[in-house]
Write a protein that binds this ligand. Structure first.
Ligand code: MG
Length: 203
């Protein structure tokens, strides 16, 4: 399985990183080894001292698809989750400046937190899901999927033009503003609405 990540999908996060607003979604992949194992803490890797949290709504693909039309995209997933796309920000910045791929900064071991999964039928409107990240019990990121530049269905249609989607693939739909570095002993808890989807410790 693969993790497909969307970058720059929330206007306020684009401005906080002083990035340009893209005309199409920014795509990158993480390997399955990036998934943080259940109940394990997140260890800040030795090669970085500025790892940022990026809380993101996740979508799990449930059937094989390629060149999916937006109007049929909803048939390709029935579970929604929440996770973190950990990013070694200073390293990503260096790679971006040189025009190099981001993988070292984005796809390292443990860089993908995948919380629990919930049936999408539990939510009234996937295009207006409120979600948040609490760091040490204080809200640091809070948004709704309404603020996405590209909706879940639009993302699926776009991604499937380039990559065949397979059962179990996970899409990270991008982060809102409020990203900041994590420190040892931080606790990170993710919520959709009032419901907790993950809780992890930083070491
Ligand atoms: Mg991200």
């Amino acid at each position: 399985m693969k993790l497909i990540c969307i970058g720059r999908n929330y206007a306020q996060h684009i401005s906080e990183l002083k990035n340009e607003k893209p005309t199409e979604p920014v795509l990158f992949l993480k390997p399955d080894t990036a998934i943080l194992l259940k109940k394990q803490p997140f260890f800040i890797p030795d090669f970085s001292d500025e790892v940022h949290h990026e809380v993101e709504v996740l979508v799990k693909i449930n059937r094989v698809g390629k060149h999916i039309d937006v109007k049929f995209a909803h048939k390709y997933y029935d579970e929604i989750g929440l996770g973190i796309d950990f990013t070694a920000r200073e390293l990503q910045q260096k790679l971006k400046e040189k025009g190099l791929p981001w993988e070292k900064a984005k796809a390292f071991d443990g860089s993908a937190v995948v919380g629990k999964w919930v049936s999408k039928s539990k939510f009234e409107n996937l295009d207006n899901l409120p979600f948040s990240l609490l760091k040490n019990n204080k809200t640091v990121q809070s948004s709704t999927t309404q603020d996405m530049l590209w909706s879940i269905d639009e993302i699926i249609a776009y991604v499937s033009q380039f990559f065949t989607l397979k059962i179990g693939d996970i899409i990270f739909t991008g982060t809102p503003s409020g990203v900041s570095p994590v420190q040892p002993n931080d606790s990170l808890k993710g919520f959709i609405g009032e419901e907790q989807f993950f809780s992890i410790k930083v070491k």
